[in-house]
Design a protein. Structure first.
Lengths: 155, 155, 155, 155, 155, 155, 155, 155, 155, 155, 155, 155
């Protein structure tokens, strides 16, 4: 599906309200900021020799656009996607459809364990379409996903 | 409600992920592209002497804006709307409200028969506010809707 | 599946209480009679060069028999079915099975938009097995279905 | 309840769409016809010295009539009933009531295992009133039922 | 709606399995037969100077036909309908639609109190469209309905 | 249970808000007052030679007290109860228990057909414990109940 | 949390379709426009010596951005938020999260009483995270909220 | 409906357990007493030139009686009602009916935001019949309601 | 919370219909009367040196009043409450709130095992707020509760 | 899958509490013991020339082990499994998975008709993975299953 | 059922995770160990002259075995069972069946009040089959049960 | 909580049917065996300098025992747990309680993405009590969990 030229390329999409990371409900999401998370991701990507593309949006439509763009890149090189749909996780059929429409490995991540929260947050409409889901490890949810993708994309 | 001056004007709104038509899940949605669909619609519109306005967006808010704009046009001429809300079909109260807010004939269309898919996709929150719904005929869902609107708007 | 000898043959099955069309709840179903509807269908069929077979029954079993008979005709010529299961739409697994058992294009139609009515009428057990569904256009729901079938059967 | 004069008498009622057996959805129901099934039943009945009465209908009311008729016969000899209510299994309170109204052993049979199909088909409204249920063995569902009834009626 | 010429005319429709009255589940339905019930109804009708038309069927479609026929009679004289839909009470949208389609007073009756039975039998899909419901009085459920209709039709 | 000395005694309990009858939501409950209803009941009772005891309360506990009192009277004469629990119909397990605790015939009545109203009002927790239910006939719901009780208590 | 320098600052966010106020479904939302509402709000704010920031968007993501921005302002002065999430009220976990992420008083308002509308509109996913909710008073829902906020912010 | 003679009259009904205000669960309801609340209401009423009638009861029936009494007063002067049904909010169809039966403006208030509490407390059976609902502002829920009513009643 | 002066004081509240104990549904509740139960409680209280206050009411509001009164007594001595809310167990949020509002040990008791009865009676809205629940032991449910309270209050 | 050397081998697994057969709830399960059932099975197996392996356990894990062991035997000869999961029928995803993991014919049996029992017992989580289900025939449920397996394994 | 020779014999079964008592979630279950609980039980048994048999297992099957063993003992002496099924309370139909299969008094106990915990823990599948349930009293839940059993077994 | 002496110790518990890995449903679980998985885990553990303890059981009770044992080890060194509860994931409150009872980091893993399977498998009763969940990566689900634990335990 993808042509394994050059380094693998991994997009990371942070969903709504993740721009407030560290400031918002720190007892659930921790006290480190999105910048700190992105820095950790970049450091790991450098080690793994993966090119990283980092995005954040509060807009469902923008997130769908960014998921779709991965298709274009995937026609030229090896591509993976890490997505934290946050509040859209539990309702967005449209993001589910977008993920279904790209033929690349997609991993859904959550900072907290959604099974340990209120019932409204147990289901994942978007996760239905992903290869796998990692939840509950804080920043490490993303880092584990990136390690897995890097290995898979260079296999 | 509308002044029947000049040719009828019909807006077609393609919802999220329909820009990937042909490439995404072709076993469900077929292998022809959105451009092909739009070409078919334009050809039919020419035959029916209807002015066509074609839009696609992955953004729920953008779709609401476009639905609302039909009000303005409808103050001057005969207007109809064909909408495929795709993934927003099953959850968007806001698009339902937007359709409720325009006093023009609105037809909801789906390429596939949503009753034949998973339970999540059987309901239509947006269709509640439409005049009619056509589903399951691929491109023809749109073309049938356009034929019906053209006839109704020139009646 | 069918041998395209001669003109296509389309059966139309009107389900329970449609014999009262025009007299019953005209604010929902309109004030024109079933005869008027059948006349419209015959006129369109003549234009489209399609042979039409029109039926109405209040009996679920009779409707199943009529659906099944299409198999026999389909062994000799090109056959389609338009069905309005009316009150049986929401509960009849047996009609669903009958539709599943014929290998011809079947279109479910409704005069009114069932999503716009009470919750009991939102689901379609029979529509699950159809190729497509058209609802909300009054007589035109049937006429659009016939146009679509005629085109498909002569393709 | 019944007077054990002469050979036992067993009615078999095949519900809606079973007349299409072999032709309809063979991946679920197999490729042998209803005639073949009836022939197997007749051969086994001859071996077991049971008189057989075979019926098929797509009409719920007809099936109720046939269930009720067993009462009359049961006043004179030993009677059993094998019923496959097919699509009516999941909704017919009226067939349940009819079975409740006859004081003879009634066995519900299904060719396929209804627990292995979609959720809609897991329940059995009619089976609530039967002595037992056998499902999933194709023709053998009927044959096992007949063997059991023959033994029970001559006990 | 009706022309009050001559005596009022009341149709009574006994639904599925009521032909077995007295023989079937007497602990629920009592031990007197349908003939006895009809005799009681005829006697009361004579006293009330009402013409009676008594029907029983196990067929949902037949019941719908009979409900619809009341329309024709109602164009010439004062008409009422007493219906015991029995097992169809809880599921038949089609009988509900038929009742909706006649513009005469319709009373639903049940021999037993359906609220006192299993949950499946608490709802009434058909009763939704009736003027009133009387349940739990055995034969008197019918007789009370007849008295009420006679008074209403001659008012 | 009761000693058939003297005339039968029938208590009628009007539940909450029935004191406003005629003034409150007349499109549902009619425009005649509770006094008018009680007058009709008294007139009919006189004809039937039944002693009547009429009560109204908005208090669930008061209604339970009044139901229970029937036990004491029933030790000396023939007693029946007509109850319209109004808003308590759908939730009061305590009134259900009170009715269960008296061994006399109890009839639940409603002015309107509760199956024809919003879903919240379809169930009857109190009716579960009654002999029968009459609904939808306005004042006649009570009068039919009284006729039935009078006949039953003097049988 | 906020530094009470200068006048309090209150943002008002009007959600989807509120730009059509007065034109859309006036029997529910009244016939006055959003401009009229904003004018009323500005007049009251002037009286109360509150700085007002008025916004309207059909885009869920835009609304989340605007909710988040209040944090920044709140670091320098006393800030409150009035939000009418309209169609997003019933489904948006993402707006709930945004409200959770700002440490200022947030009041949800609705022009109509959502408990008095269809079941779909009874719940409030966004209201879960607000301090309070005011619904059913038309323009006054906003004005009452503003009065309360002004008092609270200057306390 | 009301004759605007003299000052407007507003009844305030505090439902069950509100007599314990300040002592009971202060983390939810605050630490000020019902007397303090009533004093605040009286002070505001004096400013607004509104006559106030303050009541508290733990009895559902008493609350219904008090709601109904407003009708009598309303025949002579301008009347409004503020009601906090407390624990009866979520189940009382009888109070809903009582509110439906008075033709005056009724406002439901809650000290806490019921959407922010356990699921059992999210719905409002009584609020369905009110003009508006104000929740979450402690004493101010009542005061805002009184301000609104005073303005409306003198309009 | 309580001052351990003098003997502990325990209130026992018997809910609706318990005044009929022994007479009502003896197969569920036994054949001994409420007087017998109270005598047993008094005898045990004497042994345990506990002052007993026994109450019965069919009125939800009265029960709430009695629960609240315990607060006053508890300011002067050691207080406990045994409550059998009977039919109010499954629905009364108001009694739950009253129990929440007293800071004394409260034990809910039932004569029968509510898990062994119909589904409607499995839940306990009031028990949510109690320290413990004892059910299924007839009179002993109360006596065990009293023994436990006596020990706890003198600890 | 299996090598048809030698006689077929059929394992029978009796689930929890079946060791008490005959002693436990004889009105449901009959009065004959598990030994008697096993004797009947052995006699029939001898007639059918099938080797029988009989097991009973109350331990879910033990049952899973025994299901899995069939795989090993199946590599050498023709193997079938008859399983009555008893109380584990309705909840055990783990036994379902075990059945899914063996590629041999598996028949689920029940002594009683589970559709005729309480709602909790209508579903079969384990039956979802079986070839067929036989219920309601007492010992004959097993014997019919054995006959079917013997025939199938020697086909 | 049991022969009252010698002292009564009472088995106590502690279900899964109770071996960790005191160490696990002490805010719910208290800080004393299972040994301490067993010591308390033994002391009380000595006072009551009851022989005690104490067991703990995390294995559902083991618990069923132990319940069943009570039958054997019960054939020779007076036997009772106290069971805390812990995590198996809410799902184990198999333990329910085992309890149903022994004809001795069985009391279910819980240390905490399960109605006061999360919804998942409100139901009791096992308690359905017990004589009574005691919950919420910590160790005293067991001790009260033992006192009750001792009295009942020596009655 | 743990004393960081020596190397960290990680237990891995493979739940029911995982001993059949590679042989059972390879389209879901892959074709490599449990031995292969354990070998991968051991190799990684060696690299990470972690002591590994590998277990598999089909017995729920055994799994609980093994979870509990981690407590003992944790009193002496740094301990983590990786658990794949397989079929017990969706129902086992007892395993949830066991996990709650150990104060060590616990990670739930699944080979497949349970959100992508049938609805029955979407929920995780056991995952509610874990720190995090990793699903959908085949063997890598375990390996990622081990990497995370190793890092966390040596932090």
């Amino acid at each position: 599906m993808s042509q394994p030229s050059a380094r693998p390329w991994v997009r990371v999409i942070h969903g709504p309200n993740l721009n407030l990371l560290g400031a918002r409900e720190p007892e659930i999401y921790g006290s480190r900021s999105l910048d700190a998370l992105n820095t950790s991701l970049r450091e790991l990507a450098a080690q793994l020799d993966v090119e990283l593309d980092l995005r954040q949006s509060n807009h469902e439509g923008q997130i769908i656009d960014w998921v779709q763009e991965c298709r274009r890149v995937a026609s030229q090189r090896s591509v993976g996607l890490i997505i934290n749909p946050a509040g859209y996780t539990h309702t967005s059929v449209a993001i589910q459809d977008a993920i279904r429409g790209v033929s690349i490995p997609v991993i859904e991540v959550h900072l907290s364990n959604i099974y340990g929260r209120e019932a409204l947050r147990h289901s994942s409409v978007t996760g239905v379409a992903c290869a796998g889901v990692i939840m509950g490890f804080g920043f490490d949810s993303y880092l584990l996903a990136l390690k897995h993708l890097a290995a898979e994309l260079t296999r």
